[in-house]
Design a protein around this ligand. Structure first.
Ligand SMILES: [Fe+2]
Length: 283
């Protein structure tokens, strides 16, 4: 009887408690080329909102309020705003339009925008609220106030659409032969380059390209992680070695946000939803 009850009790715990137990995590990001003006800059990241039956507008509004209270200088969104229903795109954009940060709010797209064929439409909706979605594009975030003459006082923020090359079906939408093709043209060698890419698997290529910081989501931190049983047991590990948290490779850093929403079963075990906050430090 005990053996039979455990999965149900664990499922109820994941549904009732962990799914709504939002965690704010803080990570210091040390960057050698960070302009003095951005020393201490705070970036907040939201990912994988997944509006739908298990993620209401009211819940997202609560996340927006909490994020605004973190007083981030810049807010980034790393894709998967919708789940399966394209008609929900207006609602999620309207709520996210409440995010406020002095240097603005920027985003990239996820595989659910690709699969629901909402990539163009949600980009237009976001643009109308003043949130640029970067689709193989870059933007310069220039420091406010006087800088040192001749010294670049900006960050280079790049965003790419969802891309995968681990897919079994090579003709699946989003499949690419090589990760981050063409991104070298968006980089600025004299600046700190930050990449918004939904799929954390682009990190190895980003590190090769010399991108200082990659921000990703997609894995939901394993969503149902059984790492307390065995470190290898997490469905997301099958598709990515980068399941959650901070990684470093040479001078490149990656942060994988566990996301806000859920897909499939509305259950999260040992993978509570997350708002990640980065404090940039010049080294
Ligand atoms: Fe995703």
């Amino acid at each position: 009887m005990v053996v039979g009850t455990v999965p149900f009790a664990a499922g109820a715990y994941g549904m009732i408690f962990e799914r709504v137990n939002l965690e704010t995590t803080r990570q210091q990001i040390r960057l050698a080329r960070l302009p003095y003006a951005f020393d201490g800059l705070r970036i907040a990241q939201l990912s994988d909102i997944h509006i739908g039956p298990f993620m209401s507008e009211a819940e997202i509004r609560r996340v927006v309020e909490i994020t605004n209270r973190l007083r981030a200088d810049l807010i980034v969104l790393t894709g998967d705003y919708v789940t399966w229903d394209p008609s929900t795109q207006g609602a999620v954009v309207n709520v996210l339009a409440g995010l406020k940060a002095p240097y603005g709010v920027f985003g990239c797209l996820g595989n659910h925008e690709l699969w629901t064929r909402t990539e163009s439409s949600i980009t237009r909706l976001f643009a109308a609220t003043g949130i640029p979605i970067l689709r193989q594009e870059r933007v310069s975030i220039a420091a406010a106030g006087p800088g040192t003459p001749g010294v670049d006082q900006s960050l280079n923020l790049i965003g790419v659409d969802f891309q995968t090359h681990t897919s079994m079906r090579r003709r699946e939408r989003g499949f690419v032969e090589h990760y981050l093709a063409g991104v070298d043209r968006l980089q600025r060698p004299d600046s700190v380059n930050i990449l918004l890419s939904h799929n954390p698997n682009t990190f190895d290529r980003a590190a090769d390209l010399g991108i200082d910081l990659s921000l990703a989501g997609h894995t939901h931190g394993g969503q149902v992680s059984l790492e307390f049983v065995h470190p290898g047991i997490s469905p997301a590990r099958l598709v990515s070695p980068y399941v959650r948290g901070w990684f470093q490779k040479g001078n490149a850093q990656l942060y994988v946000n566990r996301g806000i929403g859920t897909i499939g079963v509305p259950i999260r075990i040992d993978a509570p939803p997350e708002i990640s906050v980065f404090d940039l430090v010049r080294t």
